[in-house]
Design a protein around this ligand. Structure first.
Ligand code: NAP
Length: 282
């Protein structure tokens, strides 16, 4: 068997961002990242987002709101950002503090679809369902995974893709985006019986469940392409959903954690911001 290919999100995202630079210089888009409270994971992801924006020459702003903010005040901030013509796109970093958690759908719904650069709202998700051509502001992580596969020239058409996890921000939209590219898709979740029976069929296996090292070697088809979305923080260290050490022995290609899907999500967010600006200028 040929050696396992390491799917570096750092390498792929660097290339994507370099390619976006001229457009950014011309269009001058601006991204705002809204953080409510001080979740340590969120703080670190936001730092990365702002850093990447700076590196690529894109204006960005970190809007840090207190953890005690009321729903009404947060919605009013969203309204302000919607109305500000200088702001191309914005995201509300999840998770939100406990008192706002059940209001996430309402908060996402309040974001103007033209500025929804995380692609979480019903309008942008709905467009993803239509076809590849309508994926104008797709959810950042699934779009990042598609770009990573494209960067490494891994074809999807006719392959059996198995996704573990069905969240609205990763698993479900990724399933649709892979379907749009002619993959045959199976989606597993916490109620799936015999998960290994499913994962073993995957030519492409995506782990997006948030359970550290859940996917072990015996669950992977030899030669599979393995994408690890998981990011669990244990003792300050990021751990993926795949047992990388053993799975890399039989996979044909695999993403590391960190340095795999994470940087692709950031690149995808920046790409969405550029697209949003292009569409707003029409
Ligand atoms: P989520 O909303 O918690 O969804 C987890 C999904 O996994 C659910 O569909 C759940 O099933 C399923 N699941 C949980 N335990 C399972 C089990 N034992 N067997 C099979 N399925 C199981 O999580 P998420 O937001 O999609 O995130 C998933 C992971 O990706 C997390 O570690 C998160 O930090 C990471 N993530 C990374 C990035 C990145 O940029 N790298 C971006 C987003 C998320 P049910 O639906 O039945 O509950």
């Amino acid at each position: 068997m040929s050696p396992t290919l390491l799917l570096s999100g750092r390498e792929a995202s660097d290339k994507i961002l370099v390619d976006l630079k001229p457009k950014i210089a011309k269009l001058d888009p601006k991204l705002v990242v809204v953080q409510v409270g001080n979740d340590p994971g969120s703080s670190s992801y936001i730092k990365q987002k702002i850093k990447s924006c700076t590196e690529v020459g894109m204006r960005s702003e970190h809007c840090h709101l207190p953890s005690t903010i009321s729903l009404a005040d947060l919605l009013s901030k969203v309204g302000e950002l919607n109305a500000d013509p200088d702001i191309t796109g914005f995201i509300v970093q999840l998770p939100l503090p406990e008192h706002l958690q059940s209001h996430v759908p309402e908060i996402i719904r309040a974001i103007d679809p033209k500025k929804d650069v995380d692609g979480f709202g019903a309008y942008n998700l709905g467009k993803v369902f239509l076809s590849k051509e309508f994926e104008h502001l797709p959810p950042a992580t699934p779009a990042g995974i598609i770009m990573l596969l494209e960067h490494y020239k891994i074809s999807v058409a006719g392959k059996h893709a198995v996704i573990v996890g069905r969240s609205n921000i990763v698993g479900k939209p990724l399933a649709v985006m892979l379907l749009n590219r002619d993959a045959t898709v199976t989606v597993c979740h916490s109620k799936t019986k015999n998960i290994a029976g499913c994962t073993l069929q995957g030519d492409i296996l995506v782990a997006a469940l948030g359970k550290p090292k859940f996917i072990t070697k015996d669950m992977v088809k030899p030669g599979a392409v393995v994408i690890d979305v998981g990011m669990s923080r244990i003792d300050g260290k990021l751990i993926g959903d795949v047992d990388f050490e053993t799975v890399q022995e039989i996979a044909s290609a695999i993403t590391p954690v960190p340095g795999g899907v994470g940087p692709m999500t950031v690149a995808s967010l920046i790409k969405n911001c550029v697209h949003a600006k292009e569409r707003q200028n029409r």
